[in-house]
Design a protein around this ligand. Structure first.
Ligand SMILES: C[S@@+](CC[C@H](N)C(=O)[O-])C[C@H]1O[C@@H](n2cnc3c(N)ncnc32)[C@H](O)[C@@H]1O
Length: 595
């Protein structure tokens, strides 16, 4: 397929996506439109976004099927409209199977069947139970039940396939089992399950695979989506002025500037030795005046913070450790909910203005707390996402327009690089870098929203899956974590939107530490003992990893947050010292931490 044809096709699909999104904004409980949008997302090469839509459609099938559910009536009404034959409002015959749910024989032979589906008549319209019924009511119900069942099967299939494409094998397998439960002898599910197991064996490099240990962490496209109108031009004068204004309050000696940074690679390349490293335009922090060794350079309190400890006494707003109770303690509790404590009145007031009303007394306190050690980084990212959603809700600001989020680095790749080639003969496969899981990106955020009593169907303008993904992309490049020195596990994470504009160097001129709060100061000495201090015009050089480590470990630790191997002068020098870079690929999480 020629490039122009592919571009045209992408353009048409994007237009279709926009139309379907607008339709969902005016009719949020319409499961058929969700399924249609899922298919468009899949065709555009966003299997993760297809998963999000199939899952919302599946939730709506439950709403239709269960009278006691909150959105039952709206979901039934929306489905009735979609299932009316003929044109015209409310005129046609009710409960006809929509075209898109009709069996197209897309897996082998129709005779492999849909299990316990109607045995006589055409599967596309064979409402055995309904047609045999003499009562109009139960006939309608029979038809509706069948349509809901066909829609559920469509969703299970879509979920299993697209989760598989994202690399979330365990979740894909689970949806196969759920599909199989309602369409028992459908050969599709056996075929799909076998394929998932085959993929798992290849990925784990084993001959036999235990279902409970199927990999569930995948990767998806990390990009500023073509329809994302919230991303600012970070290099425009307007953006630089906004950031400088913020900085002047909490870091009067610093300014933000556009700078050039090397494009970092995930593997050693010979050309790096000859100094032909390509660069990319980014932002950085620079000194406007001389800064003395030991001087505090920034006073930034961020409420975009979260901790995964269930019983520790931490301030809910800034995650500082709370002092023990004493007569002169400034610690205060929220007057309206149990057990939520703050350092002092200032933190309580900030929380009330910023995020707390959205979660106050809403029973969210245990979500993602005290997770399994392996889940800790993911749980922290989910909690950070939850905090951003609560901020958005409390302040009535779109999540991507929050000041803590808007200008931060997302490490996005252009859509064209990420794109799945539409032509079957195209190659190579796309490079995707955003970690993705069903629990972390789809069901977890929806669960948080439901707990906040937000209608997850009527709020896609603010809480669609692509918005969660964009937030995650930004957090993964910028969040810092406080690591428990005994266990080595991250426990607190925060995004400091101004501090995170500082770039990394393994010979940093500044330092930061999680004490009670995060502290940022100018180092008194550089690596190797040279005196500290930053001269006017020099760049602020932060550290994303423990600079006491050896070059190999430093590079491994900083890989996630830097997006490649560190190429600072110290690393290049030290890597040369022991004669090569070796193999440094690792599954390093992007949270930068003190170790
Ligand atoms: C926390 S942000 C730092 C601020 C960022 N430059 C910006 O424009 O907002 C981290 C990203 O900056 C870039 N970066 C920071 N230090 C770097 C370095 N020493 N070499 C190359 N890229 C660096 C990487 O792309 C990394 O993912």
């Amino acid at each position: 397929m020629s490039n122009t044809t592919e571009e045209d096709q992408t353009h048409l699909l994007l237009k279709k996506r926009a139309t379907l999104t607008a339709a969902l904004q005016s009719e949020p409980y319409d499961l058929i439109t969700y399924i249609q949008r899922a298919q468009v997302h899949a065709d555009l090469g966003y299997p993760d976004l297809a998963v999000g839509d199939y899952y919302r459609a599946l939730l709506l099938t439950d709403e239709v099927a269960n009278e006691g559910f909150e959105y039952h009536e709206q979901a039934v009404e929306a489905l009735r409209e979609q299932c009316r034959s003929g044109e015209g409002n409310g005129e046609g015959e009710a409960w006809q199977v929509p075209e898109m749910l009709k069996w197209k024989g897309d897996y082998k032979d129709r005779s492999e069947g849909l299990g316990e589906m109607p045995k006589s008549g055409d599967i596309n319209g064979g409402f055995t139970n309904g047609e045999e019924s003499s009562e109009a009511g139960s006939k309608e119900e029979g038809r509706r039940e069948l349509i809901v069942r066909l829609a559920s099967i469509k969703c299970y299939r879509g979920l299993a396939l697209n989760l598989l494409l994202c690399g979330c094998l365990k979740s894909a397998y689970d949806f196969c089992l759920r599909g199989l439960a309602i369409a028992k002898d459908d050969g599709y599910w056996k075929h799909r399950k076998d394929y998932i197991l085959l993929m798992a064996k290849r990925r784990l490099k084993v001959d036999e695979v235990d279902i409970s240990s199927l990999p569930d962490q995948g990767v998806v496209r990390r990009e500023a989506y073509p329809w994302n109108t919230h991303e600012p031009d970070r290099f425009s004068q307007e953006s630089l002025d906004t950031l400088s204004k913020e900085l002047s309050v909490c870091a009067p000696k610093l300014e933000v500037r556009v700078t050039e940074l090397p494009i970092l690679l995930e593997a050693y390349k010979e050309s790096d030795n000859f100094g032909i490293t390509p660069t990319i335009k980014q932002l950085g922090l620079f000194a406007k005046e001389d800064i003395e060794p030991g001087e505090e350079i920034l006073h930034e309190i961020s409420l975009l913070a979260a901790n995964n400890l269930l019983k520790e006494s931490l301030c809910d707003a800034c995650s500082s450790s709370l002092p023990g109770l004493s007569m002169d303690s400034e610690v205060v509790a929220c007057p309206d909910c149990d057990d939520i404590m703050f350092c002092n009145q200032e933190c309580l007031s900030l929380a009330q203005e910023s995020y707390h009303p959205a979660v106050c007394d809403k029973d969210l306190d245990t979500i993602a707390k005290d997770p399994d050690p392996a889940e800790k980084p993911f749980a922290l990212y989910l909690l950070l996402l939850g905090r951003a959603l609560a901020m958005s809700e409390t302040q009535s600001i779109h999540p991507l327009d929050l000041k803590e989020v808007k200008y931060i680095w997302g490490d996005f790749l252009p859509s064209s690089v990420n794109a799945v080639p539409l032509s079957p003969s195209s190659e190579p496969p796309p490079i995707w870098t955003l970690p993705f899981s069903f629990a972390g990106n789809v069901s977890g955020p929806l669960h948080l929203l439901e707990k906040m009593e937000i209608d997850v169907f009527a709020s896609i303008d603010s809480y669609d899956l692509w918005i969660f993904n964009t937030l995650y992309a930004k957090f993964r490049g910028t969040a810092s974590a406080r690591v428990n020195k005994k266990t080595g596990h991250p426990e607190v994470a925060a995004v400091h939107p101004l501090w995170c504009l500082a770039n990394h160097d393994c010979d940093p001129n500044v330092s930061w530490e999680w004490g009670a709060r995060m502290k940022f100061w100018c180092r008194t000495a550089r690596i190797g003992g040279k005196k500290g201090g930053v001269r006017k015009g020099e760049e602020i050089l932060n550290h994303y990893t423990d600079v006491e480590l050896k070059v190999k470990e430093r590079r491994e630790w900083a890989l996630g947050s830097l997006g490649g191997f560190c190429m600072c002068d110290r690393c290049k020098r030290e890597a040369g010292d022991f004669g090569g870079w070796g193999s440094m690929m690792g599954d390093i999480d992007g949270i930068c931490g003190t170790v």
